[in-house]
Design a protein around this ligand. Structure first.
Ligand SMILES: *Cc1c(COP(=O)(O)O)cnc(C)c1O
Length: 402
């Protein structure tokens, strides 16, 4: 018996990509896959984007890493750009989404502390949320699957129903309201099944936060970085948070995350309160800058919106032909979810044999998250392959019933 040299925590499939080009992945045998998973919303520029490659190569040959003990001009430059493009006055760079979430929580807690409100330690989160796999990240969910075997966990998160403003209003009229220091929400839930919040819900949270001296925190780790056709999802919804966690797409495949905040919300984050060895190093910041060069233009964002509409329409038109399998399509921009009548995991596995890569999410949803550089031809190919997969999948009734 041999032990797996990598902890077997992932349910991996058999696909082993060795090379990528634009919206395609290739395995060692030359089999081509249309990649509408994009590394789970990470490969915003697709694979092997020339500008990203050149920027990383040049930076790697110049200076890869120095500690945050030293000035990092590239880090300041990216922060200035992101601040100019968003609500944020200041930010902290991380290597992952979970760390960006962690920093967002710490920022809110420290803000309440220095404001003289240490009793406002509670953070309200929402059902089906996903905030990463650290102890704090899983403490912020009520998922037994993620929490099992790790309890006791921090108990100062309260999980309320998602997109249900009345439930939050009721909680804030109750005895624990005075403990609430922040509301943490994904404007569009990703892992939870591509569920966009309503504008009314997000605006309601904004109003409750203001009324109760709490901070509004958005986890845009998955829905941010141009995926909605707006640089950040909060700009699509028109509701502005005080703190925002981002990651995934911002490095285009290089591990980068960030916690953005207003000056007010970040007032507690002074010397010694937080840190990271790698976060914001010159190589990561070069990658981040290259991604912003491409995505932070009106033309690029307009194209994401246009492609998002086309892709959604194409899927909508296909659904009636396979209504035994597909229920509906939802989402914003190029963050779409197809709801199935049956288990989405089984269909995502099956679709791979038809050359398309997607990601399963909760609620029987197939996540469709292509690189943001796709054009009409990719959409046509995707829908053709998806239809073929659906036809073949529907054929043996046993599989549909599974
Ligand atoms: C992926 C994700 C995270 C965690 O990011 P990691 O880089 O895997 O740590 C947190 N929040 C949301 C909304 C995510 O989609």
């Amino acid at each position: 018996m041999s032990i797996n040299p990598v902890m077997p925590v992932y349910g991996r499939c058999e696909v082993a990509p060795v090379r990528g080009e634009g919206a395609y992945l290739f395995d060692a045998g030359g089999t081509r896959y249309l990649d509408f998973a994009a590394g789970i919303a990470v490969n915003a520029l697709g694979h092997s984007h020339p500008h990203l490659i050149k920027t990383i190569q040049d930076q790697a040959a110049t200076l890869m890493h120095v500690s945050n003990l030293y000035l990092i001009p590239g880090q300041t430059a990216v922060a200035e750009r992101l601040a100019a493009l968003t609500f944020a006055d200041t930010m902290f760079f991380t290597n992952s989404g979970a760390e960006a979430f962690e920093c967002a929580v710490k920022t809110a807690r420290r803000c309440q502390f220095v404001l003289g409100h240490p009793e406002k330690f509670r953070i309200v989160t929402f059902k089906n949320a996903f905030h990463g796999r650290t102890m704090t990240g899983i403490a912020a969910t009520d998922s037994d699957k993620m929490r099992g075997g790790f309890e006791p966990l921090p108990d100062w998160f309260t999980v309320l129903p998602f997109d249900d403003l009345a439930a939050v209003q009721a909680f804030m009229a109750g005895p624990l309201a005075s403990e609430v220091g922040g509301f943490m929400v994904e404007p569009i839930q990703g892992e939870g099944g591509v569920r966009p919040a309503s504008v009314e819900f997000l605006q309601g949270l904004r109003d409750l936060a203001d009324e109760h001296g709490a901070l509004l925190i958005f986890d845009e780790v998955q829905c941010g970085v141009a995926r909605t056709g707006h640089l950040f999802a909060y700009q699509y919804f028109g509701v502005t948070p005080d703190i925002m966690a981002i990651a995934k797409g911002i490095g285009g495949g290089f591990p980068v995350g960030a916690c953005l905040a207003t000056e007010y919300a970040a007032q507690g984050m002074v010397v010694g309160t937080h840190g990271s060895t790698y976060g914001g190093n010159p190589l990561a910041m070069a990658a981040c800058g290259a991604v912003l060069d491409v995505v932070a233009t009106p033309e690029f964002l307009e194209n994401v919106r246009r492609m998002g509409d086309r892709l959604r329409q194409a899927i909508e038109q296909m659904i009636p032909n396979h209504d035994d399998l597909f229920d509906s399509v939802r989402g914003v921009g190029l963050m779409l979810g197809i709801k199935l009548h049956s288990d989405s995991r089984a269909f995502v596995n099956f679709a791979r044999s038809h050359g398309i890569l997607t990601v399963a999410a909760a609620d029987n949803v197939v996540r469709v998250m292509p690189p943001l550089i796709i054009d009409e031809s990719h959409i046509r190919e995707f829908v053709e392959r998806l239809s073929a997969a659906a036809r073949a999948y529907a054929a043996p009734p046993a599989q549909v019933a599974a």
